[in-house]
Design a protein around this ligand. Structure first.
Ligand SMILES: [Zn+2]
Ligand SMILES: [Zn+2]
Length: 347
């Protein structure tokens, strides 16, 4: 077993779970959720491509921009604070209402049901950049064409892989929680709320169909497209480039220019070096809005037992070999060990 502090290793392997699936499609590929996902990758992307020319003709109102910003950061932090740091890695504990609210806010990002998201992401950490990782950009090899193909795979292709992460194995804690299971199964409902709220506000404020349409275009379609591509950039860009000041057994890097749009998630090298840490941008000046929000929740008494970074722990994680892009011999050995584990996993 790899000796990192991932939440999946802390859970009993054979936990008994209810037979009811936490997502409508269970583990099959052709579910209503996968179709929803496909529609919301293609449609917002088309919207994004059309956005710039339309901006000249239509203009974009302050209301549209405000709604777009609000909905973007609501869904973003639902994913970064909720799906990622809380549900996947347990970097803090949350009172019941916050727990449910985070599951709902993350669902509004339209990145799939919470249980599926968490299961995929735990598998990503278990096999990061080795066989078994659902979205490594190094999947096809290290040559330039292989990396180009791999980047596409890590960005979008993996979402349509036939092989789905077994939810019972990777997210038994969430499946056992009836409220979380319900939110996860209601993914299509939360998608609808997320997309219909902006046109409702836009329409009511301007009292016009144009206002509703314009808000739908900017604050629903363009916003979802942007959020999708920023989130997936963590899987693709942050596993291919970036600085590696910390020891991790994969290719994760810190990419500063994605820090604001990703809510601090692009300090991805630190995250793989210390997955349960509540703050990813641990160094001075590293913007991490998700950590700030966790701090606010802590002050309000809604979050507790937060795993904040300590100086000694950070120092111990530092990469003493310098900022090397290539895996060392030791890294290669670890990768081959994980490959064997992946084979055992598949059996
Ligand atoms: Zn990663
Ligand atoms: Zn993670």
């Amino acid at each position: 077993m790899p000796s990192t502090s991932e939440v999946i290793d802390e859970q009993p392997r054979s936990a008994t779970v209810t037979a009811e699936s936490a997502t409508l499609g269970g583990e099959s590929k052709r579910s209503v959720e996968q179709i929803t996902l496909l529609a919301f990758i293609v449609l917002p992307f088309v919207a994004l491509v059309g956005a710039i020319p339309l901006a000249w003709g239509w203009g974009v109102s302050w209301l549209d921009l405000g709604l777009m910003t609000f909905m973007y950061f609501l869904g973003l932090h639902g994913v970064t604070v909720g799906f990622h740091r809380y549900f996947t890695h347990g970097s803090f504990k949350a009172k019941r209402p916050l727990r449910v609210a985070l599951a709902i806010a993350g669902s509004m990002a339209v990145e799939g049901p919470v249980v599926r998201w968490v299961a995929d992401h735990r598998r990503h950490h278990k096999f990061s950049d080795a066989e078994g990782d659902p979205h490594s950009p190094w999947r096809f090899g290290e040559t330039v064409p292989a990396l180009m193909k791999g980047l596409w795979w890590a960005h979008i292709g993996w979402l349509f892989d036939e092989e789905q992460t077994p939810q019972n194995k990777y997210a038994p804690d969430l499946i056992k929680d009836s409220a979380i299971r319900r939110v996860s199964r209601q993914f299509v409902l939360w998608t609808a709320v997320s997309l219909l709220f902006p046109p409702l506000v836009g329409g009511l404020v301007t009292w016009s169909w144009e206002g509703a349409l314009s808000a739908f275009f900017w604050a629903s379609l363009v916003r979802v497209a942007l959020l999708h591509h920023v989130t997936w950039s963590i899987n693709s860009i942050c596993h291919a480039v970036g600085k590696r000041p910390f020891k991790s057994r994969d290719r994760s890097g810190n990419v500063w220019w994605l820090a604001v749009l990703s809510g601090g998630e692009s300090w991805h090298n630190l995250h793989h070096a210390d997955p349960t840490c509540a703050r990813h941008g641990v160094m001075k000046g590293q913007i991490d809005s998700s950590a700030r929000i966790i701090r606010i929740f802590e002050k309000l008494g809604w979050a507790y037992d937060v795993r904040w970074p300590t100086q000694s722990r950070i120092d111990a994680k530092r990469n003493k070999d310098g900022d090397s892009r290539k895996g060392s011999g030791k890294g290669a050995a670890a990768a081959s060990a994980r490959r064997e584990e992946a084979a055992a996993d598949a059996a």
